[in-house]
Design a protein around this ligand. Structure first.
Ligand code: LLP
Length: 417
């Protein structure tokens, strides 16, 4: 939001942070994270529920602590994410462990550390978890992630609930696998889990999946299983452009959940990531050069695909705004916004209409709070991008920019070289 001509995060001008931290950097708003979490809470009340933030979307420990302190649980997919959640002070009994390839070592650590449930994704995983828990003399609470064979109508790379996708167990085999789970030692069946994809912009695929889930719950109960928790996954989409997108809101989603699943007497768990963190963050970068080529003009900025990979990886759109508001009536001219990395895929936007921006000016990529910093790498030996959290009129660096010495010191030269 512009205030006095300057783009602000809450009450702090992003230029102030850029002056202090340098560019590029990610910046998140505590108030927006809080608001998005609260929206889900209000949408599901008064159903008993736990909102498990998908740590994969933004795993900064300060962000996790903020949400954990509001009462959020966490959805983790690796022991690394589990340990981050614990470091943020989230108790084990609020952490659900998802993921298609949990190792025995990860299972052991989570069992010993305390975990709310494992969302088991295959029969071999079920057998492995049974063995690990039995060896520890423990009982692992489990759901099975069921693949309902529903097309989420989202990007190919983030659709997860069709039968050709690698996730979950086929719904047609669910009863047989639950029967197997009930025979195995060290396991306690407590519910059913689903996650059909990410950035869903319609409710219909969710509803189709949850109708199948409700039928399955009735069948499983008839088979004698105790089904007391339903994990509905995440995936509710966000607007990436401010003009023409209006995906369903948490309220709409909550109303549908109550209608389809409300009478089953289960505790509801959801795993939203993007809707909570996506529009709570921006990536700020500085223009290094404005370059006129034969066919078009390029803005070469100091962020690159290693810092925000979504445009290169999913052809994703992020709105772009200069930190200093354009003069009224300034011309909007098409430019290609690119990073310094040595491949043409390092392009954030092509022929994007922007007001005049010159070298030294800064711009922000919006909707970058989810799947931004977490997907960053050091490609081209670029330093991992720092992260900043704003609350009201103050900000804090929640991950500093490393030094080149830190980066290089992680490599070791063998003594025979
Ligand atoms: N639960 C499970 C089991 C998941 O696999 C995911 C996301 C979520 C929850 C959270 O979904 P969300 O509410 O954030 O849509 N890197 C991609 C997105 C990958 C999503 C993977 N799974 C992107 O940048 O669009």
């Amino acid at each position: 939001m512009y205030r006095n001509g300057h783009l602000h995060a809450e009450d702090v001008a992003l230029s102030t942070i850029a002056d202090s931290v340098g560019t590029p950097f990610y910046c998140y708003s505590a108030a927006t994270l809080t608001r998005h979490f609260t929206l889900f809470k209000e949408a599901l009340d008064p159903l008993p529920h736990l909102i498990c933030f998908a740590v994969k979307s933004n795993s900064n420990v300060a962000v996790l602590k903020l949400l954990g302190d509001l009462g959020a649980g966490m959805d983790v997919v690796s022991i690394g994410e589990y340990l981050r959640a614990r470091a943020a002070g989230v108790p084990g009994d609020r952490i659900v462990f998802s993921g298609v390839g949990k190792t025995r070592d990860e299972m052991r650590q989570a069992l010993l550390g305390g975990v709310r449930q494992f969302n088991v994704e295959s029969e071999p995983e079920l057998e492995a978890l049974s063995q690990v828990a039995t060896a520890l003399g423990m009982e692992a609470p489990i759901t099975l992630r069921v693949n309902p064979d529903v097309d989420a109508k989202t990007h190919e790379k983030i659709s997860t609930g069709r039968k050709e996708d690698k996730f979950g167990v086929p719904i047609s085999r669910a009863r047989a696998i639950y029967a197997r789970a009930a025979q195995l030692t060290g396991l306690r069946v407590i519910g059913v889990d689903m996650h059909i994809g990410s950035q869903l912009t319609e409710l219909a695929p969710f509803e189709a999946a949850y109708v199948k889930m409700a039928d399955l719950v009735r069948d499983l109960r008839a088979d004698g299983h105790t089904i007391e928790r339903l994990d509905l996954g995440g995936g509710l989409g966000i607007p990436y452009t401010r003009s023409n997108e209006a995906p369903p809101l948490p309220t709409d989603y909550g109303a549908m959940v109550k209608r389809v699943l409300g009478d089953l007497g289960c505790e509801i768990e959801i795993e939203p990531g993007r809707l909570i963190s996506g529009n709570a963050g921006v990536l700020v970068t500085e223009v290094i050069y404005r370059k006129q080529a034969e066919e078009r003009e390029f803005l070469i900025v100091d962020a690159a695909m290693n810092d925000l990979v979504r445009p290169a990886m999913y052809a994703a759109h992020h709105d772009i705004e200069p930190l200093v508001e354009a003069e009224p009536g300034a011309p909007m001219l098409p430019v290609d916004i690119v990073g310094p990395i040595c491949e043409s895929g390092d392009t954030f936007a092509k022929q994007r209409a922007l007001p005049p921006v010159s070298a030294g000016d800064r711009i922000a990529f919006r909707s970058a709070g989810a799947y931004g910093a977490v997907m960053a790498s050091e490609y081209n030996s670029r330093l991992l991008v720092p992260e900043v959290l704003v609350s009201g009129d103050h900000f804090a660096v929640i991950r500093p920019r490393p030094s080149y010495d830190d980066m290089i010191a992680r490599d070791t030269i063998p003594d025979w070289l």
